[in-house]
Design a protein around this ligand. Structure first.
Ligand code: SF4
Ligand code: SF4
Length: 334
């Protein structure tokens, strides 16, 4: 389905859904920092700035309780957190690099173990993607086969038009249902031209060549060379829309506490620290090698796609200037 919505009607749509009790998550400013967060009014939405962290938090929070326990005398009671309590959500203004990473997460969270916390939120969320009209030096979506107009992962996709408003295109039943249930706010497509899309300044990287090199170079001097300065802060994994590792920890006392699921990062020294004391990734280059291998080989081996959508966040945030795009490009030329 293809329609048009004015900016004013988009705001009315969001405000109506908020009033109806839908959780609306959108790019907005929190203490001046752009983040995807629940908004109380459409006027809070800020689409001009790339959110500092990705939209994965709408399904996969930084930290969440998954059960609690309490002990009284000899009796221990366990209480599950019920995922059915999660609210219906509309995730709006999602950058194409973030939306494209969501099906990547779907694959891993519904693979051998069905993660009901992720899947229930996912089921209840409608994703409204937004085409990118600006890119910075770190953006490289087009280098990994995506684009500023990529619609993968979106239920409904908005393209800003010259003269204002958006062309809307649906890509799922959820997207169609959203338009159908608020049809008075949408009209037939206009002839207005789309605003020029962003143009990331990167050449397409041959990801097949990258994978072929990785297949044969688990041991290679490159790993020491590129990762010797990595400080293992984990920031690259935390801002990434596709990274999905987590840890489960019990927090509390002998009498009461909670079991919590929290983001983890393969750059952390303890990530593969065994109970025996042995750590197979005892040095930072081995940990950084895992980051590249996981994104461009292991995930591809398992699910037939790459675990990077070229959002550039890890490039922007790395405190020691490690640039994954430059590394992958270098590998593609070997
Ligand atoms: S690896 Fe870096 S550039 Fe790729 S999706 Fe993750 S944060 Fe973005
Ligand atoms: S952000 Fe940079 S320094 Fe921190 S773990 Fe990632 S690559 Fe290493």
């Amino acid at each position: 389905m293809q329609k048009y919505i004015s900016k004013q009607n988009l705001n009315t749509l969001l405000d109506t859904m908020i009033a109806e009790g839908t959780r609306v998550v959108a790019p907005c400013l929190n203490a001046g920092i752009p983040l995807y967060e629940p908004i109380k009014s459409a006027s809070e939405m800020v689409t001009e700035l790339l959110p500092r962290r990705s939209s994965k938090e709408a399904f996969f929070p930084v930290c969440e309780d998954i059960m609690s326990y309490a002990k009284e005398g000899q009796h221990v009671s366990l209480k599950d957190i019920d995922p059915s309590r999660f609210q219906e959500t509309v995730l709006v203004g999602v950058r194409p690099c973030d939306a494209a990473a969501i099906p990547v997460l779907d694959a891993v969270f519904s693979w051998d173990y069905k993660d009901e916390f992720f899947l229930e939120r996912r089921k209840k969320t409608t994703i409204i993607g937004l085409a990118c009209t600006d890119a910075d030096d770190a953006c490289f979506c087009s280098a990994v086969g995506l684009s500023p107009g990529e619609t993968k992962g979106s239920d409904l996709f908005l393209t800003p038009l010259e003269g204002g408003g958006y062309a809307c295109e649906t890509f799922s039943d959820k997207g169609e249902a959203l338009i159908t249930s608020h049809k008075e706010l949408f009209s037939e497509q206009t002839k207005a031209k789309a605003l020029p899309l962003a143009e990331p300044q990167t050449e397409k990287i041959d990801l097949k060549k990258v994978k072929a090199w990785l297949d044969g170079h688990f041991e290679d001097p490159l790993w020491d060379c590129i990762a010797v300065r990595c400080v293992g802060c984990g920031a690259c994994a935390f801002v990434c829309p596709a990274c999905h590792c987590f840890d489960i920890v019990d927090e509390g006392t002998e009498k009461a506490g909670k079991r919590r699921k929290s983001w983890d990062a393969c750059g952390f020294w303890k990530f593969t620290h065994h109970a025996s004391g042995h750590n197979p990734r005892n040095l930072q280059p081995k940990r950084y090698r895992n980051r590249i291998m996981h994104k461009f080989k292991y995930y591809d081996d398992k699910f037939g796609q790459t675990l990077c959508s070229g959002c550039g966040r890890c490039v922007r945030i790395c405190p020691v200037g490690i640039d994954i795009a430059a590394i992958v490009e270098e590998i593609s030329k070997k």
